[in-house]
Design a binder for this molecule. Sequence first.
Ligand SMILES: Cc1cc2nc3c(=O)[nH]c(=O)nc-3n(C[C@H](O)[C@H](O)[C@H](O)COP(=O)(O)OP(=O)(O)OC[C@H]3O[C@@H](n4cnc5c(N)ncnc54)[C@H](O)[C@@H]3O)c2cc1C
Length: 595
Amino acid sequence: VTSYRPPLRDIQFVLDHVAGLGEILSSDRYAHVDAETLREVLGEAGRFMAEVVAPTNVDGDRVGSQRKSDATVVTPPGFKEAYRQWVDSGFGAMAFDPDFGGAGFPRVSALAVLEMMTSANMSLSLCPLLTQSVIEAVDAYGSDGQRNTYLPKMLTGEWTGTMNLTEPQAGSDVGAVRCKAEPNADGSWRLFGQKIFITYGEHDLAENIIHLVLARTPGAPPGTTGLSMFVVPKFLVNDDNSLGVRNDAFCVAIEHKLGIHGSPTAVMAYGDNGGATGWLLGDEFGGMRYMFTTMNSARLSIGMEGLSVSERAYQDALAYAQERQQGTAVGAPKGERSFIIEHPDVRRLLMTQRAWIDGMRCLIYSNAAAVDRADAASTPDERVRWQELTDLLIPLSKALCTDLGNEMTSLALQVYGGMGYIEESGMAQYYRDARIAAIYEGTNGIQAADLVARKLGIRAGGVVFDLLDEFDDYARSMAESDVLSAFSASLAAAIETARSATSHLVATATTDLRSALSASSPYLRLLGTTVCGGLLARAALAASNPENGDDEFLSAKISSARFFGEQILPTVSGLLPAVLANSDELYRLTPGQLG
Ligand SMILES: Cc1cc2nc3c(=O)[nH]c(=O)nc-3n(C[C@H](O)[C@H](O)[C@H](O)COP(=O)(O)OP(=O)(O)OC[C@H]3O[C@@H](n4cnc5c(N)ncnc54)[C@H](O)[C@@H]3O)c2cc1C
């Protein structure tokens, strides 16, 4: 395991030249933020993640969080101290409302901090990640009293938050939630039921935990329309904001799992001792709507896990490839033991990771920038346009990047050969940690269904077609450059493939939904790869513009974008037959014949 090197210049390059940070900062909403301050804050955050957070990662995996017999949970060595420094740093409040102690920075800058924290220690990063979802929900739908009670302490991180959707019978099917809420005379509610898989449901990092719980009120209709959202603090909060009575919300077990051992995944029992006291957030039956609001940013953050863990694993793989000697590379003097980085297949492993990491970073930061642009829009039309782009890109950021998290950590492990399979090298941890991101926050299958069944429905695929039109401009500009002309041709071909695939699915989704859903995962890969290709074209054009300078960093950016364009982007055409096929082949075998 090498020490973590925060990729500050890579992040800044994408912010400036792909995500359009300059335009965001020039809007009225972000007039108080200047680019130089932002750059310094990111530099400071990078230093913090490398020096304070990253050293806790290996113990986090080996020791893990542990539940004690008194229902408390002890986090691994180093977590408490690193988290205390995180609270002191104020990074958690960066993108939130200044009225509650935030700095009001754009969302995309907070995501850059999250990228580095997740690379440094994915398990620890989940605690602020979930807290931010709770902050967003309380900020958007809470009463003034709730906002004043919970937000200031959650913005600093002194109190943390959890999201409680899942129950044994209610996973992807959130509408099957059974947890019950009964009204009290004073306006509060008593909650009863069990929630499973609750990230940071119990821990020793903060003095209070604010649980957001989806539950059903008496007489509520079945399904998602009957769900309401409740705020259930671990310790009730007194009028003077001091901590009061311990609530009837307890961790009864934590899961033993494949990865993210440092992050406690709790089974929570609400109301076993007479009822957990909670308060309705917003309106009765508003639960699912509120959940959707926080979902976009949570899905973006989980997509980031794919990128962050890939980046960390790549850094280690690159270092190993430069120190491990095996065989004699083609062209090396006879008898020389070459570093494995000289072998073509190892080069391919490294270039593939590098190119996809650049592509993922372009996608996720552009998605987060679209959120900021929607927030900062000066006209309703502009707001709608950025919101539509945000909504389209969310399933791509979440599912493509987390699938790639699995693939890229596997490639990084491969660079290590047998040592990669041995825990000591650290590669196994990245591989195991990355695995969950394709599952939680809506499995990648659910993301693909969302893309095809909902997002393509916006203006009959119009958001996709607008984006592809923009990529056409890049293909035209690249055609004029010697270095980028082959990339230009493959981008033009991918755009055409994506157009046909999209038109086909827009039509099929209304006439044959089962076939459209059968095509959903190959389509997500096809469109996601094309979007990464288009955004990398934007990056390559910026890197080759002499106005932006000329140095090794920029020429390396052009090279990895070209590699993506010439050798990875053409894979989209191979996905088209699976998109155009109907569902017959998937259903030809009976469940018995599949055996
Ligand atoms: C480590 C960890 C942490 C978690 N943290 C939290 C948390 O903090 N809060 C919380 O509420 N939950 C949390 N979860 C739960 C997580 O969000 C669920 O596991 C996830 O939503 C999937 O639900 P499930 O496990 O019941 O799988 P299922 O829904 O049973 O899915 C099984 C398979 O069927 C597929 N499938 C199911 N329905 C459909 C459909 N309609 N169309 C196509 N495919 C479908 C899925 O894609 C999947 O491949 C966590 C889970 C884990 C493992």
